[in-house]
Design a protein around this ligand. Structure first.
Ligand code: AMP
Length: 379
């Protein structure tokens, strides 16, 4: 019996375990929180990331280690490589933890990024803002996710407030990009170097948190080809194994790199029902050295993220090809507690379904931009 160890016991570990079960794969999850939601579907060891005695027990019980959480300390990932196989490799993990290193790699492989500058002092910030201009976004280089660790600078008068909010840690200043669209490419690379990617996904955020995804992103054959080839170059440069997501802005018709997530990604949740092989199953296959699965899309797919609490499932479940995911978490403001995926064979069919669900749930505002895109798609 093969056991995959997962560092982090959130909903991503939970969905990995659910996807691996039919393959006969067991899971062991390690998290500092005893009731982390993956523990409802897989055994959990409660331990801190730096509790090396506990990690030694963990490593002895598994065949391969992977991550549901990208901010596992690099030294923990490195230490684990001396005790078990670890995918993705610690170098890829640590690069993706640092916004500066990540954007530097993007440029090296030919992916443009918003203008950016390293900021380690208030003087750096003043210099960088003079160079980049307003508006700009100051971000922590590490440990930021879902819009956390960010400060929008609208004018030079905001410098003091921005520095007071974030100035204790290494930072990066980025130009604020008035993008047309946000896209992501979710891709997978095997231990033998085989690469596959899912169709491009278009994403909408609210308060820095993913709110909705539409896949395949309409009208983007050329961008999809570019995004896929950029993702492949990144994966090859990092000798990456497993699933990752590359988050992109479209600005003036061109792709700009925002960030990469070295793990399965929220914008790929639609693949559970919307693709022949989900991102979760493909990640399990990749880290175990199994053949990769089909990453094509089965029609049109829309994912709603449920943030804070779950709405009533009935209006979603009443639709054909609709799927509900309750992560088993306590409701809390800003917390991802579940998602729903609507699948359809045509954009028209999706428009009807989405409009009905949004109305029944009182989520018309959340769904409006997705409906607008679907309406513009020729049948
Ligand atoms: P991040 O954590 O960097 O992915 O940022 C969360 C969200 O904030 C992104 O998905 C964008 O919607 C927005 N955002 C981040 N960086 C920028 C930028 N440089 N210009 C415009 N919007 C941004």
């Amino acid at each position: 019996m093969t056991t995959v160890g997962v560092l982090g016991g959130g909903q991503l570990a939970r969905m990995l375990a659910l996807a691996g079960a039919p393959l006969g794969v067991r899971f062991l999850v390690v998290d500092s929180v005893a009731d982390a939601c993956a523990s409802q579907v897989a055994p959990l060891m409660q331990a801190d990331w730096r509790d090396f005695a506990a990690l030694e027990t963990f490593a002895a019980r598994i065949d391969v280690a992977t991550f549901d959480f990208e901010n596992v300390p690099a030294e923990t990932a490195q230490w684990l490589t001396e005790h078990t196989a670890v995918y993705p490799n610690p170098r890829a993990l640590s690069l993706a933890q640092d916004r500066l290193a990540e954007k530097t790699l993007f440029r090296e492989i030919g992916l443009d990024t918003p203008a950016f500058a390293e900021v380690d002092s208030k003087a750096d910030l003043q210099r960088a803002l003079a160079e980049i201009g307003c508006p700009a976004i100051l971000k922590t280089r590490r440990l930021g996710y879902d819009g956390k660790g960010q400060f929008r600078i609208k004018s030079p008068e905001d410098i003091d407030a921005a520095w007071a909010a974030l100035g204790q840690v290494p930072l990066i200043l980025e130009a604020f990009v008035p993008f047309e669209r946000e896209l992501s490419v979710v891709a997978v690379r095997s231990r033998e170097g085989e690469f596959r990617s899912y169709p491009l996904t278009q994403n909408w955020h609210a308060d820095g948190i993913l709110s909705m995804s539409l896949a395949p992103a309409p009208d983007s054959a050329e961008l999809a080809e570019q995004a896929t080839s950029l993702a492949r170059r990144i994966a090859e440069a990092l000798d990456y194994v497993g699933v990752f997501a590359l988050e992109l802005f479209v600005h003036q018709g061109r792709l700009l790199g925002n960030e990469m997530a070295p793990r399965v990604h929220n914008s790929g949740h639609w693949t559970i029902e919307g693709a022949p092989c989900s991102q979760f199953e493909n990640h399990v296959r990749a880290v175990l050295g199994l053949p990769l699965g089909d990453t094509s899309s089965l029609g049109v797919n829309v994912m709603f993220n449920w943030i804070g609490d779950l709405p009533a499932p009935a209006p979603v479940l009443a639709e054909p090809r609709a799927h509900w995911h309750d992560y088993g978490k306590e409701p809390r403001a800003g917390r991802k507690v579940g998602h729903a995926t609507l699948c359809a064979f045509t954009p028209l069919e999706m428009r009807d379904r989405l409009a009905r669900v949004a109305l029944a749930l009182g989520r018309e505002a959340q769904a409006a931009p997705v409906l607008a895109v679907l309406t513009a798609v020729p049948e």
